[in-house]
Every structure is written in structure tokens, then in C-alpha cells.
Ligand binder design. Structure first.
Ligand code: G4P
Length: 536
């Protein structure tokens, strides 16, 4: 087989997606059930195990346990039917961090899990917004139908009204709570009746029949049959056909109902998902779109994490492959530095286990282990000049000084902080006027990032720190408009605005409030003021 035929075939098989949800909606359970269908039975148990046994993994995962959150992200890969499925775990904690956005740059679709008893919750809404902004197709799984749920029509209204996305139910629930008996497949016009299995450990046995089959009506509780047929008529009467192009454009979400814990409706979702979800999409490098089928290898770094496993004290850089074929030991350009690097230690990661990756294709994620000089957003490519611009940057809205508690441990403090800056846990700013004492001034999108930082410095570098919150709420990058000059080429300051430089030496104003931003902007008409760093 020629290289290009192999690449085309492999790309067509890939489905790379994230499961997004509000905490407790059932993301972990659904992931686990997907693995069951992927034949990765041995892995399925360990997803929950990972969630339950975080204390034993590493110190900083202890923080996740305390807070009941998932900060680290894992990539799961399994074969299903003729497809290679990649699931990326998104951090699901309440305080938003940039990490989540970065992971979502590496996916081509998302499965949104909604607790049908609760409807759309805050975190789902935020994650949904990120997906929509990126034009990522979203599939919806209404979960926990075995519990009393909101009426299904109301859940669809929620999608339309709260999220502003059109919804097309591909199946429909037959009752809810104790009266939940299965789902109706609207496309195939088949009823799937389910029987509960303890703990949903096995694939739920299903009997399939037509909705007009008297056996179906008999199975359902009084009133449910009438209600369901009425609802189905209403849906059919609404008349819209299923529009795959609208799904691909992120304007329409196919909706499935079921119960992940009971393993019901999961296979219907997975089967249809792999048929409908897009194959890996290309990514823009400047003005050019790099196609996944291209024979030239390219990838970008979307996550860096050190010390994931206390047994292997090292850094893992996660790359999403955009095009070509990845082969172990290949030499590629690290295009930011122009240097050639050899990708020898490549890993597929599963929780704490690692498996060597020999080859991989567009849509896949590989973890590169070692002390490469990679930064988040960097491009690796067989072409020297290629550069993706995938990773969004966000203006920090929380600021703090980080004090080193023990002078004797300054070296550890500094090297730990350097590592965290590389990983993008926080950003550092340097004040223009310095009083001679070095206390790093840090910025983050959410305060949780500071907590993670402190926890990791303590756990991984034995560096105790103290956080002193600063009063600014906004940061703006500043650049003189073309042809303009000002005194010392610096903006005029308003009350309590502070000028600093970012890691790349670019000028940034830290601003205490939206009100001050107004006066500051008025005073500085000669300046371009941006929420993001200016492109080089
Ligand atoms: P998350 O990753 O989105 O945070 O949610 P997770 O899967 O951990 O599920 C949260 C809780 O909801 C779990 O209960 C899980 O068992 C339960 N759950 C998931 N799917 C369903 C469902 O279809 N029906 C019902 N009734 N419950 C469901 P838990 O009490 O936190 O843990 P566990 O002891 O049940 O494992």
C-alpha cells in the first residue's frame, strides 16, 4: 500500500472527541461504558478506579480528590467496529482554567452529557460555548433516564433556549424513572426495550420491535404509551429532516436518551456517533489549511504536564497530529526554534499506564516524554516553516504575588515555577519599575490555577509558597498605533493601573476594574489595546 493510501485509510477511521458535562452528569460512567463496547473491558473498570483512587496516584492528584475534580487529562484510544476512537478527557471542575480550552483545540467533535433530571447546568454551558466558538459538532446524551427526569420536550427546549442550538432527537425515551422502559429509534422506527442488569456491568440485553407492536404497549406503564406516541407525532409533525450539514456546522445537535449507569442507550449513541461524527479535520497554519491526508507530518502541542507519575519524573508533551504519519524515532522540525528533534520516546497514555506508540495518524494524540524544549502551542512538522495557531490565549483576570516561604529552597522554588510556566499553569508578568526584591507576579484565568500551582510546587518540588492576591481584574496588551509616538513610548496611567511585561517582553497594563479600563482607554487614544497578545 502506498503511503498516501495508508494515510487516507487511517484518517477516515479516526474519531477524536471530548466528553463534556457538568460534574456528576455521568461523564466518567459514559466513558467507561464506551470502553466496554470498544472491547477494552479491562480498561473500563480502571476509569472509575482512577476517579476513586486518586490519592494513590500522585501528590497533586490529591488535590483533585479533595476537590472532587479532574485536573489532569487523559487520552483513551480504542478500536470500535472499523474505527479508531480517541476520547480526550476535559477537566470538569467549576473554576474554569485554560487547560480545558486547550484540550478542546485537539478534538473534532464533542459528546455533551446532560443529567436529564437537571437539564443544562452551568459548566455544560461554558464548555458548550467553547465548542461552539470553535465550530465543533456536538452530540447530546440525555443521561439518567432511569431517574425521574424533566419531560423530554422540555429538555429539547432547554437546548434551544439555554444554549441556542437546534436539537434533533434521533431516539426518544419510553418513560422515565421507574417507568423508563427503553428508547424508540426514530430513524429505524424500532423500539429498544431494556432490562436492568445489576450495576449495568454488562451490555444491556435489548429486545427490538415496532412501536405499533402490542407487546410494546403492554410493556409500558399506563399512560406512557399514549404519551410517547403523542410526542413522537408532535416531533414528526415539526417536519424538519435530519440535516447532517447543520450538525457539522455546529448548528444542530443530534440527541440521544439513555442511562449510562445501566448501560442503556450507550451503544445506540456510539454506533450512530461513529457514523455521523466528522473524521479528523485540518488545522490552519497562517492562511493555509493543512489537510489531514497530507503526507507531510505535522502536529501541535496542546498540553504539557510534568511529574504525572511519581515513578517517572519527567515531562509529557501531548501532541495532536494534524497531518501525515507519525513514526517513532522520526526527525521533525520544532518550528518555533527551527531545530530538528527526534521523537523517540512517544507514549500513548492510559491513566498511569503507558504504551509505546509506533505509528499514529491525524486525529491521534501522542505523549512525547522527555525534556524537550516544547511550549504549549508549538508546532512539530517535517516542514521547517509551518506554524499552527491553534491555542487560544486568554487575558488573565486574577493576579497574585507568589512568595517563596523558605529562602534556602529558592532554587527549587524557581525551577518548579519555571516548569509550571512552561506548562501554562499560570503566566508571569514583570513590573516595569522594580523595587529590587524578586517576587513573581502571576496571572491566571481562574483562581484555581493558583491553588494547583501551590499544591504542585509543594508536592513535586518541596517548595512551600504563599499567595498574596493582587487587586487587578483585567489585563490588556498595549501597542502604539502606527505612526504615533508618546513620551517614553509608554501609555498614560490612570489610577492604580500598573504596567508590566509578559514573558515575551510585550507591554501589558493591569487594570483594577472595568470602570478604570474606560478612563484608561480614553486617555490612551494613540494606543491599540487588546485582550490578547498582538501577533508577532
Ligand atoms: P462525572 O464523571 O460527570 O462527574 O459523573 P460520574 O460518571 O462519576 O457519575 C456521577 C454519579 O452519577 C455516579 O454516582 C454515577 O454512578 C451516577 N450515574 C451515572 N449515570 C447514571 C445513570 O444513568 N443513572 C443513575 N441513576 N445514575 C447515574 P455516585 O453515587 O457518585 O457514584 P457510584 O457510587 O454510583 O459509582
Amino acid at each position: 500500500m502506498s503511503a498516501s493510501t495508508e494515510i487516507k485509510r487511517e484518517v477516515a477511521r479516526r474519531r477524536t472527541f471530548a466528553i463534556i458535562s457538568h460534574p456528576d452528569a455521568g461523564k466518567t460512567t459514559l466513558t467507561e461504558k464506551f470502553l466496554l463496547y470498544g472491547g477494552a473491558l479491562n480498561l473500563a473498570g480502571s476509569v472509575t478506579a482512577r476517579k476513586n483512587q486518586r490519592a494513590t496516584t500522585s501528590d497533586w492528584m490529591e488535590l483533585e480528590k479533595q476537590r472532587g475534580i479532574s485536573i489532569s487529562s487523559t487520552v483513551l484510544q480504542f478500536d470500535y467496529k472499523d474505527c479508531v476512537v480517541n476520547i480526550l478527557d476535559t477537566p470538569g471542575h467549576k473554576d474554569f482554567s485554560e487547560d480545558t480550552y486547550r484540550v478542546l483545540t485537539a478534538v473534532d467533535a464533542a459528546v455533551m452529557v446532560v443529567d436529564a433530571g437537571k437539564g443544562i447546568e452551568s459548566q455544560t454551558r461554558k464548555l458548550f460555548e467553547v465548542c461552539r466558538r470553535r465550530g465543533v459538532p456536538i452530540f447530546t446524551f440525555m443521561n439518567k433516564l432511569d431517574r425521574p427526569s424533566k419531560p423530554p420536550l422540555e429538555l429539547l427546549d432547554d437546548l434551544e433556549n439555554v444554549l441556542g442550538i437546534h436539537a434533533f432527537p434521533l431516539n426518544w425515551p419510553l418513560g422515565d424513572g421507574p417507568r423508563f422502559k427503553g428508547v424508540y429509534d426514530r430513524e429505524k422506527k424500532q423500539v429498544h426495550l431494556f432490562e436492568r442488569t445489576p450495576g449495568g456491568a454488562f451490555r444491556a440485553p435489548v429486545a427490538v420491535s415496532d412501536i405499533s407492536d402490542p407487546a410494546v404497549a403492554n410493556k409500558l406503564d399506563t399512560g406512557v404509551y399514549e404519551q410517547v406516541t403523542e410526542e413522537l407525532e408532535l416531533l414528526d409533525g415539526a417536519g424538519a429532516d435530519f440535516d447532517l450539514a447543520a450538525v457539522e456546522a455546529g448548528e444542530l445537535t443530534p440527541v440521544f436518551f439513555g442511562s449510562a449507569a445501566n448501560n442503556f442507550g450507550v451503544q445506540l449513541l456510539l454506533d450512530r456517533f461513529i457514523e455521523l461524527a466528522p473524521t479528523p479535520s485540518g488545522r490552519m497554519a497562517g492562511e493555509v489549511e493543512i489537510e489531514p491526508e497530507s503526507e507531510e507530518f505535522s502536529a501541535f502541542v496542546f498540553k504539557i504536564q510534568a511529574n504525572m507519575n511519581p515513578k517517572h519524573r519527567d515531562r509529557v508533551s501531548f501532541i495532536r497530529i494534524v497531518s501525515g504519519k507519525f513514526e517513532r524515532d522520526m526527525n521533525v522540525f520544532h518550528t518555533r526554534t527551527g531545530e530538528k528533534v527526534r521523537l523517540s520516546n512517544s507514549m500513548r497514555l492510559f491513566a498511569q499506564d503507558r504504551e509505546t506508540v509506533d505509528d499514529a495518524f491525524a486525529g491521534d494524540v501522542a505523549g512525547l516524554v522527555g525534556n524537550h524544549d516544547f511550549l504549549i502551542g508549538d508546532t512539530l512538522s517535517s516542514k521547517k516553516s509551518l506554524s499552527f495557531d491553534e491555542i487560544p490565549r486568554f487575558a488573565p483576570e486574577c493576579f497574585a504575588w507568589l512568595h517563596n516561604a523558605s529562602t534556602a529552597k529558592f532554587k527549587r522554588f524557581r525551577s518548579g515555577l519555571e516548569q509550571m510556566l512552561k506548562e501554562g499553569v499560570v503566566s508571569e508578568f514583570t513590573p516595569l519599575e522594580n523595587d529590587g526584591v524578586y517576587t513573581p507576579l502571576l496571572g491566571a484565568v481562574g483562581p484555581l490555577q493558583f491553588e494547583v500551582l501551590q499544591h504542585r510546587l509543594q508536592g513535586e518540588y518541596d517548595a512551600e509558597t504563599r499567595i498574596e492576591p493582587a487587586y487587578w481584574q483585567l489585563s490588556r496588551w498595549m501597542r502604539l498605533k502606527e505612526g504615533e509616538t508618546t513620551k517614553e513610548d509608554l501609555p498614560e496611567l490612570s489610577m492604580d493601573v500598573r504596567l508590566v511585561r509578559d514573558r515575551h517582553g510585550h507591554l501589558v497594563a493591569l487594570i483594577p476594574s472595568p470602570w478604570t479600563l474606560g478612563t484608561f482607554t480614553e486617555k490612551n487614544e494613540k494606543w491599540e489595546i487588546s485582550e490578547q497578545p498582538f501577533p508577532p
